[in-house]
Design a protein around this ligand. Structure first.
Ligand code: NAD
Length: 350
């Protein structure tokens, strides 16, 4: 049984903690919180042992009626692996502590790639990461793109990829983020996503442009993949339909907005309504000569959770591809049900 410590219990940390619990081969050693707020109370209610970064935080927690089990150092002692889910940029400052404790660590995508031995997305570069002592799970946008591009790369050789990213302004609880009534172009072109994608798919020639819009629900990507020769459209549709971490959104169910996708997650009773799959609108798939275009959506709060679970097993020396199957099975990834009157994706009879 792998004992997993989680440093940072916010949007990502709390989801990773719950996901670890769904896996039969791992357990949560504890979670680190910096303030005794309602989220710390939630961790406590869920039976996760609460830790604080240093002894200095103990007084504030005790005054709020919470008794921390110890400090980060104690948690590292009690864990086999630590998942860092502190805010972007903070994670790298903990790396010396993790190294000193001699514990394998996982960082999230906002940390610099060089802060971990390798960047990771199981389906893209998982097998090359097995002997590493630290991994960085690439960001939500990069994970969404890496999943689709790795899947398409199995159909036919890809010449180049062009992506327009429409990014959500902030997460639902980030009241200090925006814009409220605006569209913010990212004038650094290509946006950083191209370079990040190449940390897990180094051979892909990709160009990205990005903008930020007033929504908290999901990111949306307009993607054009140019293959080296005209691809077989049927093979593309079958490959996409068969990938567990991609969900094809049918055109006949009024699912023509990200709000409708989020509602499906809620109606299915998923934890927090999470959509772990990259959602690709089936009707947007368009093949002309060598070019395939489509539009996909990424639920930024949850998409990296399955890959973080895969990363835990990979650091423990397990096969990342087999691990992904376990993660899917026990978390329920690949079971989004949109329901379709008519299956537009052809299914090959074996
Ligand atoms: P968050 O702000 O929701 O949560 C961060 C948690 O870390 C909070 O509980 C905060 O109290 C705690 N914290 C703050 N300073 C700390 C410190 N010094 N030591 C220990 N804990 C500390 O952030 P998040 O959205 O969960 O993001 C975490 C990481 O995941 C970031 O690297 C982010 O880029 C990445 N990520 C976020 C998203 C997303 O959309 N939210 C998606 C993918 C990846």
């Amino acid at each position: 049984m792998l004992s997993v410590g989680i440093n940072g219990y916010g949007t990502i940390g709390k989801r990773v903690a719950d996901a670890v619990r769904t896996q039969p081969d791992m357990t949560v050693a504890g979670v680190v919180k910096t303030s005794p707020d309602h989220v710390a109370a939630l961790a406590d209610d869920r039976g996760f042992s609460l830790y604080v970064p240093t002894k200095d935080y103990r007084g504030e927690f005790r005054a709020a009626g919470m008794d921390p089990a110890g400090t980060l150092e104690d948690l590292l002692d009690a864990s086999d692996i630590v998942v860092d889910a502190t805010p972007g940029g903070v994670g790298q400052s903990y790396v010396p502590k993790y190294r000193e404790a001699g514990i394998p660590y996982i960082l999230q995508g906002a940390e610099p790639a060089k802060a971990a031995a390798a960047s990771f997305c199981a389906g893209a570069n998982g097998p090359s990461c097995v002997d590493e002592g630290s991994l960085r799970v690439v960001s939500c946008n990069t994970t969404g793109l890496a999943r689709t591009l790795a899947t398409l790369g199995e159909v036919a050789p890809v010449d180049r990829v062009d992506v327009t990213l429409v990014r959500r302004g902030g997460d639902p609880t980030q009241t200090d983020r925006g814009p409220i009534n605006d569209i913010l172009p990212t004038t650094d072109v290509p946006s950083h996503h191209a370079e990040d994608l190449r940390t897990v798919l180094p051979d892909v020639s990709i160009h990205t442009v990005a903008m930020t819009v007033p929504t908290t629900l999901m990111h949306v990507h307009g993607v054009t993949v140019t293959f080296e020769s005209t691809p077989d459209e049927r093979a593309i549709r079958e490959q996409l339909a068969g990938a567990d971490r991609l969900a094809l959104v049918p055109g006949d169910r009024d699912l023509d907005a990200i709000s409708a996708l989020i509602e499906v997650g809620r109606d299915m009773g998923r934890p927090r309504g999470d959509i772990w799959e990259t959602c690709l609108w089936e009707d947007s798939i368009d093949v002309r000569d060598r070019r395939l275009s489509f539009i996909q959506a990424v639920h930024q709060e949850s998409i990296v959770v399955p890959e973080t679970i895969d990363a835990i097993r990979t650091l423990a020396g397990e096969d990342p591809i087999e691990s992904a199957e376990w993660t899917n099975e026990h978390l329920g990834v690949g079971q989004l049900r949109f329901g379709s009157r008519e299956r537009t994706t052809p299914v090959t009879a074996e």
